[in-house]
Design a binder for this molecule. Structure first.
Ligand code: SF4
Ligand code: SF4
Length: 380
């Protein structure tokens, strides 16, 4: 499977258009889109965050992709399923709404859902996903390249968790409430997506021009220039190469390790055809999330009671917290509680360490506590 690497140092529209067009031509995708093709552009728009925070797909990157696709077809629909807020509010805060209006593209409504199935799933066989996302001929996924406190890295495959509408995602964190089971769930979903999209065109184009390191995928992360655009038909190959580009430890990118084992794509670097710029010329190294887990740690945490003994928990920084309640709204088991006008309060034993609260917090007010000493020793 081919992954195209393009160096790109800024969000200059013409530069990006040239490089993305080259990448799409290199994998042969442009010839497969014609004037009758209905295209969905899937953003990475987890919440209402300004573009300079590098949490969401950059507005100019979105514009570059829209412009390229518009040369082929005008049937374009765009959007994402943000975690807690509606799509219009989110797009406005992310700086993408005006661009979509200028380009006269349709914003989708994720609330109409359809059930998709993966009969070969390991744990979960069916998922309700947004109908308009998969009812098109072409699906273009625009993930951001980011570290992730729960999953280590998030890129093309993990961005497809956004097929699930709004707060329904939260329910999946309760069902799949250990990291490895969550990894299996993401892959069960990915398998269902591949099934339903058979005979359709799927293309992943990653905005890694500025990515996110440290405690991503939201305000806990720090923007870092990784100067790369990655393009592929295969999310698994793309994510594997992305991990290499920013010099992270692939063994810890467990969602992709699982995908490779299940043969949902190619995760072995030797079997991926990397074209475009030389991978050895990318010299950015991302700092991984604090206390990221080894495969031993991940296996240990399959026992749910272990997480309270071994893991850090969310801690509210009262200097930063504005008492907006977003953390309470998203918290899958309602471990984060809040009374009107007060600071949130954590019911530690109920917390499943999904870190959704930190993901939606607009203030970066949710930090990791210190890891318990026993956790430090065992998970070292
Ligand atoms: S911790 Fe963050 S999300 Fe929760 S109430 Fe405070 S500011 Fe809002
Ligand atoms: S408090 Fe945060 S980390 Fe704990 S379960 Fe709720 S959202 Fe997840």
């Amino acid at each position: 499977m081919k992954v195209v690497l393009q160096k790109c140092f800024n969000y200059n529209l013409e530069d990006m258009q040239k490089k993305i067009k080259y990448s799409l031509a290199e994998i042969g995708a442009l010839n497969k889109i014609n004037e009758n093709s209905k295209v969905f552009i899937k953003l990475n728009c987890v919440g209402p965050f300004a573009s300079e925070l590098a949490i969401t797909t950059h507005p100019m990157f979105v514009k570059a992709v829209i412009r390229i696709i518009k040369e082929k077809t005008n049937h374009i629909m765009i959007g994402d399923n943000p975690a807690t807020r509606d799509i219009i509010h989110t797009l406005k805060k992310c700086g993408i709404y005006d661009i979509i209006q200028e380009e006269n593209v349709t914003i989708f409504d994720g609330s109409k859902t359809i059930n998709i199935e993966n009969l070969q799933a390991k744990i979960y066989h069916s998922f309700d996903v947004s109908k308009d996302m998969i009812d098109q001929d072409v699906f273009i996924n625009l993930p951001k390249l980011k570290t992730h406190t729960l999953t280590y890295l998030t890129c093309a495959e993990k961005n497809l968790f956004g097929l699930i509408y709004g707060l329904n995602k939260s329910g999946w964190h309760v069902r799949a409430n250990t990291p490895l089971v969550f990894g299996e769930a993401i892959n069960d979903l990915y398998g269902a997506f591949l099934n339903v999209m058979q005979n359709k065109l799927i293309v992943h184009i990653c905005d890694g021009i500025t990515g996110l390191e440290k405690d991503g995928p939201s305000t806990g992360g720090s923007p870092k220039n990784s100067n790369v655009i990655l393009t592929s038909y295969d999310a698994i190959s793309l994510d594997r190469v992305a991990c290499e580009v920013v010099h992270l430890d692939y063994k810890k990118q467990f969602i992709n390790v699982i995908a490779n084992e299940r043969k949902y794509g190619i995760g072995n670097l030797d079997d991926i055809d990397i074209v475009g710029d030389d991978i050895s010329s990318f010299n950015t190294t991302f700092i991984p999330p604090k206390n990221s887990l080894s495969s031993f740690g991940l296996r240990l945490l399959k026992k749910k009671f272990m997480r309270n003994i071994l893991l850090e928990h969310p801690k509210i920084d009262k200097e930063k917290c504005i008492r907006c309640g977003e953390c309470n709204k998203i918290c899958p088991p309602k471990a984060m509680q809040i009374k009107k006008g007060e600071f949130p309060h954590l019911k530690n034993k109920q917390c499943i360490r999904c870190w959704c609260c930190a993901e939606v917090c607009p203030q970066n007010a949710i930090k990791k506590s210190k890891r318990p000493i026993i956790g430090k020793i065992i998970l070292k």
